[in-house]
Design a protein around this ligand. Structure first.
Ligand code: IMP
Length: 433
């Protein structure tokens, strides 16, 4: 967070997404030349304020509002042209020319209508206990096709009409057979999809380039890069609470693969966490509070999904899960969001360990069935009962609030460098160096 500190930075979520990374990125984006998305797709969501209007964005990086910033959608992103152009058009309606400052990787993969259809059909076909609770944005099917290779369409193929038509016809034919057999679904019309996406391709073409090359050149020319993570580390396909995860590497490790920039080019790995825990969708969450306290966190923290509007599950800060994410991600600085949400409690509990079958477990388990059974070991911390919303400087935080931060730092073994005491730009307090 230090303005004087040179180098590139990664901002990544340490919990199950929705940590408020956008507030940190918004604050920092003025200090960087390029803002890069490297994973996930339209399942993510952040809002930006343009004049008097709050716009929800899913794909376009929030730095798009800064005139001097070039925004990049890297190869690891699931590119949904329909959503992208909705966002671009809505930004244009508010006087922001996003197309002029957006570059899209030719290696990114394209989310097609059959991915969204498959997402819905496959979730609907699962039994209640087996559902992932996806955002229905086609993310899982898209990344499955990418890994499977045969049915994937990359951006460089989309923008070549002949190549695109041939691949699409072939793929839709296969998808129709699969969907009919598995879900008794009506066939999709390849020609109609071609027409729709050929139009997107025309608009996309001027923005498409080898973004890895662009980023390397930018680094060589002394530009500063900010990498903006999507979701959070506990939703990472490899390191999260599998199978209740998203289908990309949303933890810090995904940055190198998803952008083509080696991790050693990044000096600050800023992990963002909430002062509590939230989760949307299915899967274990050891500190979940299914009671009035959980509801109070949801109400004050306005914990409803940006992408789906679903109420988020809420609970105490989980030092085991978040500490695990910080270690896996090599995090060297923490941004803590929503400290004000905890101001309402006389006493705040922090999860410092897990217990299962009467045994202490200090490690974050890989087996979700085990994680489902753990009981959090809670340590009570005295609350501060001070309305923090008006604080503008770190020094204004009360000793009890600072004590809470110190507890979290000790659990994450990492310094907190910024704290948000509300959602506004002015409510992000930087720790004096
Ligand atoms: P998918 O990414 O739509 O496949 O959803 C898989 C899981 O990740 C579900 O539990 C979603 O609720 C969750 N998820 C995906 N994106 C986000 C996000 O941006 N914030 C929070 N949860 C997310």
């Amino acid at each position: 967070m230090d303005r004087q500190q040179p180098g590139n930075m990664l901002v990544v979520g340490l919990q199950w997404g929705d940590e408020g990374k956008g507030q940190i990125v918004d604050h920092l984006s003025g200090e960087f030349d390029l803002i890069v998305r490297y994973s996930g797709g339209a399942n993510a969501g952040h809002s930006v304020v343009v004049g008097e209007t709050r716009l929800g964005l899913h794909l376009v990086p929030s730095g798009i509002l800064r005139d001097h910033v070039l925004c990049v959608i890297g190869n690891g992103v699931a590119l949904d042209p329909e959503v992208l152009f909705e966002e671009i058009d809505s930004l244009r309606g508010h006087g922001v020319d996003a197309e002029a400052r957006l570059q899209i990787s030719d290696r990114a993969h394209v989310v097609m209508p059959y991915h969204k259809l498959e997402d819905r059909l496959s979730e609907a076909a699962l039994s209640a206990g087996a559902k992932i609770g996806t955002t229905a944005r086609g993310i899982g099917p898209l990344y499955s096709d990418k890994a499977n290779r045969t049915n994937a369409i990359r951006v460089h193929q989309l923008v070549q009409p002949g190549v695109f038509r041939e691949r699409l016809t072939d793929i839709v034919e296969r998808k129709n057979r699969i969907f009919a057999a598995l879900y008794d679904a009506e066939p999709l019309d390849a020609e109609a999809i071609y027409e729709q996406f050929a139009a997107y391709a025309e608009r996309l073409r001027p923005m498409v380039c080898d973004t890895a090359h662009l980023l390397h050149q930018s680094i060589a020319n002394g530009k500063r890069l900010l990498f903006e993570g999507a979701q959070g580390a506990l939703l990472d396909l490899d390191h999260g609470t599998f199978p209740y995860v998203t289908s990309s590497n949303s933890s810090a490790g995904g940055v190198a693969v998803g952008s083509g920039v080696p991790a050693r080019a990044i000096s600050t790995f800023l992990g963002v966490a909430k002062a509590y825990t939230s989760r949307v969708g299915a899967g274990p969450m050891p500190t979940e509070l299914d009671d009035g306290v959980g509801q109070a966190i949801r109400d004050v923290g306005r914990e409803y999904g940006t992408t789906t509007g679903r109420p988020r599950r809420c609970g105490w800060f989980d030092g085991v899960a978040t500490g695990y994410s910080a270690r896996v991600g090599g995090i060297n600085a923490i941004g803590l969001i929503g400290l004000n949400v905890m101001s309402q409690f006389d006493q705040i509990n922090v999860c410092v360990g897990y217990e299962v079958d009467g045994e202490r477990l200090d490690r974050f388990p890989s087996d979700v069935d085990l994680l489902e059974r753990v009981q959090p070991v809670l340590e009570p911390i005295e609350g501060w009962k001070q309305d923090l919303g008006g604080c503008r400087h770190w020094e204004e935080l009360s000793p009890a609030a600072l004590n809470y931060l110190a507890k979290i730092e000790s659990l994450l073994e990492c310094p907190i460098v910024a704290v948000a005491v509300g959602p506004e730009r002015s409510q992000l307090l930087l720790r004096p160096s």
